[in-house]
Design a protein around this ligand. Structure first.
Ligand code: SAM
Length: 305
């Protein structure tokens, strides 16, 4: 059986079997593949890197979206940067407070491919009347926004390399802050793995702290990424990790039209538990603020070699 082998850093990685590559195509930006795997069901890969799997994707999508959407006092306008498979969009639309969700994705082919071959990820989200899909560079879109019109901005981006590199810099985060409506606006993104890539983890944290007053981290083991993964929640006044279990339960039932598959109040508490590896990562000597003038992460490597 063919194997997908992905490095998590230059010295270790993970693998899973592929019983069949079902579709392979090349867009203007990347190679897009759909594979069948005994472990994860259908898998979407971009340039050979696992993006989303049928089995277990909710651990990632729910953990990224729900804390931001519950902590903001009234999230009505939401911007998603990247997220072409529609999983983040699906999670956003479960919230009754949402009036408008704009998704800016670089590659139209990822959207059409995901709609056709992995429709269970978006679960009809692309047809919701509250949705606007913009095809283009997420950074250019945010820079061109003239008003602070979003309550929540969620970034679901490929790892910092190639076309996504300029979306992990201090300058970009400052632009995100500019388009957030009010000091309670929340920006959420994945934050790499504090165990597999402690330097990248610490760089993202340090860079967010340059721009936002309150930066909180959450952690979950995400099988499709083969390691402990992190999620960042940044705001000037909204503390995304501070709800009590009772408030999480009552806010979720008041705001959400569907029960999450993975997520609940106890998981919320577990997500925001202090992670010793993350504390240790922050004192790594190579960790630095990522800026436009040098957007390359100090621990950059090729996951396919
Ligand atoms: N959850 C996945 C992960 O953490 O690896 C990311 C999945 S999502 C499919 C990532 C999306 O980001 C891709 O569809 C890719 O085309 C998009 N993307 C990459 N660079 C971008 C950019 N500059 N602007 C907007 N979208 C971008």
């Amino acid at each position: 059986m063919k194997k997908i082998i992905e490095r998590l850093n230059p010295h270790c990685g993970f693998f899973y079997d592929i019983s069949k590559v079902l579709v392979r195509t090349r867009s203007a930006w990347q190679t897009i593949e759909l594979a069948e795997s005994p472990e994860f069901g259908k898998v979407l890969l971009l340039d050979g890197i696992t993006q989303v799997t049928q089995k277990g994707e909710e651990r990632y999508h729910e953990s990224l979206v729900i804390p931001a959407m519950l902590s903001h006092p009234a999230p009505a306008n939401v911007l998603i940067v990247g997220g072409g498979d529609g999983g983040v969009l699906r999670e956003v639309l479960r919230f009754r407070t949402v009036r408008k969700a704009v998704m800016v994705e670089l590659d139209e082919a990822v959207v059409s491919f995901s709609k056709q071959y992995m429709p269970q990820i978006s679960d009809g989200a692309f047809d919701d009347p509250r949705v606007e899909i913009v095809i283009g560079d997420g950074r250019a879109y945010v820079e061109q926004c003239s008003e602070a019109s979003f309550d929540v901005v969620l970034m679901d981006m490929t790892d910092p390399f190639g076309p996504s590199e300029k979306l992990y810099t201090k300058e970009f985060f400052a632009q995100v802050k500019r388009v957030l409506r009010g000091a309670e606006g929340v920006f959420a993104m994945h934050g790499e793995s504090p165990i597999a890539r402690p330097v990248a983890y610490a760089c993202i944290e340090k860079t967010l702290r340059e721009v936002f007053l309150c930066v909180k981290s959450a952690f979950a083991f995400v099988p499709m990424y083969g390691t402990l993964w992190s999620f960042k929640f940044a705001s000037d006044t909204c503390d995304c990790g501070s709800l009590c279990e009772d408030d999480v339960t009552s806010l979720l039932s008041a705001r959400s039209s569907k029960t999450p598959k993975y997520w609940n109040a106890q998981i919320y508490k577990a997500l925001f538990a202090v992670e010793p590896a993350a504390i240790e990562a922050l004192s790594h000597p190579e960790a630095r603020i990522i800026e436009d003038r040098n957007p390359c992460f100090p621990d950059a490597f090729d996951p396919k070699r």
